[in-house]
Design a protein around this ligand. Structure first.
Ligand SMILES: Nc1ncnc2c1ncn2[C@@H]1O[C@H](COP(=O)(O)OP(=O)(O)OP(=O)(O)O)[C@@H](O)[C@H]1O
Length: 296
């Protein structure tokens, strides 16, 4: 397994055929340093169990400040499980057990003295299906700051700032008191992003945020992610390799392998690299097979 950025000498040769239109996405990508800059989060020897089932084995990863990192891989390889560990959402899953460290600015978020609510305020999450509360647009945004007791000079200003940040303000500014359920799916997902940024996190986790959306709404969310990257560190699980190639700076490819003794299909990290490099010159055969559509 290689989890370090590959060097020219360790890379596999170019895949024998171009992978979709990843080339185009690569051309648009920005300069990404070889290693994640100022790691905001670091995962060390992460193992996750659901009851007796070993779901994720020994994952090590770093997430750089103001970068977008994509977690990709076939179904069941543990992407969402790893993502949920990053803000202790697995605490809410019965039978889930996490071993290893998840460091946020150097503090293990699983340390006894750490408050999981505070963790989730700093490390927000956007889910696969837009899940606005059955409240007005305004109250959806104001909810987090209110329940966390955030000191807010003007809630109106905060609501506007969050909606502007999520590129939704112009579409909803005249109907803030109307139900969030009246918005389209894409607008609801941007509302959920606005709700997440209203509590001023510095990391945003996104679990397949576009999978329930049409291509136009997807494109808007992708543009938004690129915009949000200026202020936030973003970690996204996606099934869509084109999307990973379009938006992410780094990509972690996972797979699942049957455990020799238990037979459990346990997820593991195969390769972690700059997105442009991982798609152009993967240095693990399993990555190459996956991105070229030969498996998964
Ligand atoms: N709450 C749970 N209880 C028991 N097993 C679970 C639970 N959640 C996930 N698993 C198992 O853990 C493994 C990893 O699941 P996970 O959802 O993290 O994978 P994934 O790569 O995100 O999959 P997908 O791409 O299909 O969403 C799978 O075998 C899954 O069945």
């Amino acid at each position: 397994m290689s989890t370090q950025p590959a060097t020219a000498s360790t890379r596999r040769s170019e895949p024998d055929h171009e992978v979709g239109s990843f080339a185009e996405a690569r051309e648009q990508s920005r300069e990404v340093p070889a290693a994640p800059p100022e790691p905001v989060m670091e995962v060390l020897k992460l193992n996750v169990y659901y009851g007796g089932f070993h779901a994720v084995h020994d994952v090590n990863l770093q997430f750089g400040k103001n970068e977008i990192t994509a977690l990709i891989g076939p179904s069941g390889c543990g992407k969402s499980t790893v993502l949920r560990c990053l803000n202790r959402m697995n605490d809410l899953v019965a039978g889930a057990r996490v071993e290893g460290e998840v460091n946020y600015h150097g503090t293990n978020i699983y340390a006894r003295e750490v408050d999981p609510i505070a963790v989730r305020t700093n490390i927000g999450m956007v889910f696969q299906k837009p899940n606005p509360f059955p409240k007005s647009i305004y109250d959806n945004i104001a909810y987090g700051p209110r329940v966390t007791g955030m000191k807010v000079e003007s809630m109106d200003d905060l609501v506007e700032e969050a909606l502007r940040g999520a590129a939704l303000w112009d579409e909803v500014k005249d109907k803030l008191k109307q139900s969030a359920y009246g918005l389209s799916g894409g607008q609801q997902q941007r509302l959920c992003i606005a709700r997440t940024i209203a509590t001023r996190p510095d990391v945003i986790l996104m679990d397949e945020p576009c999978s329930a959306l049409d291509p136009i709404a997807t494109s808007r969310i992708e543009d938004l992610m690129l915009d949000l990257r200026k202020d936030y560190t973003i970690i996204i699980v996606t099934h869509n390799m084109q999307q990973a190639a379009r938006v992410s700076d780094r990509t972690a490819f996972f797979t699942a392998r049957p455990d020799e003794t238990t037979g459990d299909r346990t997820g593991l990290l195969v390769e972690f690299d700059r997105t442009a490099d991982l798609f152009a010159r993967p240095h693990d055969k399993r990555t190459e097979d996956y991105i070229s559509g030969r498996f998964g």
